[in-house]
Design a protein around this ligand. Structure first.
Ligand SMILES: [Zn+2]
Length: 377
């Protein structure tokens, strides 16, 4: 069975009404699952204490985040990339972030203690947070804290990031670590934040060839993702054979996402999630933890994550969205939802340069595998 982790205090990480990284996304999902009568009571994590964050983050950085979040001194905040449009200073955000780190940490503890094989936390996924600075809506790197906890116990961990943005913070924090493989599939940094995640970023020292990046062309479709899974993720994890897989399941590669240009449909996500789970079962000791992440289309994100929940929980995917839920959120957001859980329409009728995009992605994948596979002998 799949264990769910969530705490109401995740919502304290609320960067403002105009900010896209909204706690409303998890609320919408929970209400949707409740309306469908499939919501399981989640396990409630504790917040990590600031000391535990120092496994990953510099002491000075943690102190400044805690201070500004409590409404105290802001003098040095700028130095740590806090107080920007992406990372505004909001009261209570440190506590909210520590609950979400606690959730991801609780998830890996369940895996390590053999209390669960499949876990999902309805939050976390702060893959851009660095050792000593905030970035891309992220303050504390829950993924890195959780991975570090596992490697400290001697485990080998694989991290797969399907958020549309490169998982730069996690990659960087384990760049020379031979116990951690990171794989990120994202829209190319030539077009999208954070501008990194190239195929030549392969890791350093004993971590060399364990950091894999698949930068895809704008307007890439599901087939390119499935190819990346089949040609890179599957052989990489079959070779590395980690003790567990951590997945950052950002939903911002959906075609309706306002911040990026990838064209995944919910049907593509369904295939992707099933593939990833099957790989985790075969090559990652059947232990997997999923977090949220990006996902800025309010009409798509709760549906994508609901699909993940259904697949992880072995519940049949319902055809329709509950009317009450749909009407309520259409009114609040002033946006139109489809009648169905899946997308009603294909991403686009006709995609210009479609074949060219697929060929470029194929070539990227081939070049990546040419440069890493020689290290995997
Ligand atoms: Zn993202």
């Amino acid at each position: 069975m799949c264990k769910i982790i969530y705490h109401n205090k995740y919502g304290l990480y609320n960067l403002g009404n105009e900010h896209p990284f909204s706690p409303q996304r998890a609320e919408m999902l929970i209400e949707l699952l409740q309306e469908l009568k499939v919501f399981k009571e989640p396990l409630q994590p504790s917040a990590v204490n600031p000391e535990q964050l120092k496994l990953i983050h510099d002491k000075d950085y943690v102190n400044i985040v805690e201070n500004v979040s409590a409404g105290n001194e802001q003098g040095q905040a700028e130095k740590y990339n806090l107080g920007t449009a992406d990372n505004p200073i909001v009261k209570g955000m440190a506590e909210g972030a520590r609950y979400q780190v606690g959730g991801t940490l609780h998830g890996v503890q369940l895996l390590m203690e053999n209390k669960a094989n499949k876990v999902i936390t309805f939050g976390g996924g702060f893959h851009h947070a660095h050792k000593n600075s905030a970035a891309g809506f992220c303050v504390y790197n829950d993924l890195a804290v959780a991975i570090k906890e596992m490697t400290n116990q001697g485990m080998h961990v694989a991290y797969l990031d399907i958020d549309v943005h490169h998982g730069d913070g996690v990659q960087e924090l384990f760049y020379d670590d031979d116990k951690v493989m990171t794989i990120s599939i994202h829209e190319s940094g030539e077009f999208l934040f954070p501008g990194t995640g190239w195929i030549y970023e392969l890791g350093r020292g004993s971590g060399r060839s364990l950091k894999l990046n698949i930068p895809l062309e704008p307007f890439s479709e599901g087939d390119s993702y499935l190819l990346a899974i089949d040609k890179v993720v599957k052989p990489a994890l079959a070779w590395f054979r980690p003790d567990a897989l951590i997945v950052q399941a950002g939903a911002d590669a959906h075609f309706s996402d306002p911040l990026a240009d990838i064209l995944l449909t919910t049907y593509d996500y369904e295939k992707l999630f099933k593939e990833i789970i099957s790989i985790a079962q075969n090559s990652c000791n059947n232990k997997m933890l999923f977090t949220f992440g990006g996902g800025y289309s309010p009409t798509a994100t709760p549906r994508v994550w609901a699909l993940l929940y259904f697949i992880l929980s072995n519940i049949e995917i319902p055809k329709y969205l509950p009317k009450k839920w749909k009407n309520k959120w259409e009114k609040i957001l002033n946006m139109k939802f489809p009648d169905t859980l899946h997308d009603a329409l294909p991403a686009y009728d006709e995609i210009p340069r479609k074949q060219e995009i697929i060929n470029t992605n194929k070539d990227t994948i081939r070049r990546l595998m040419d440069s890493v596979s020689q290290h995997w002998l």
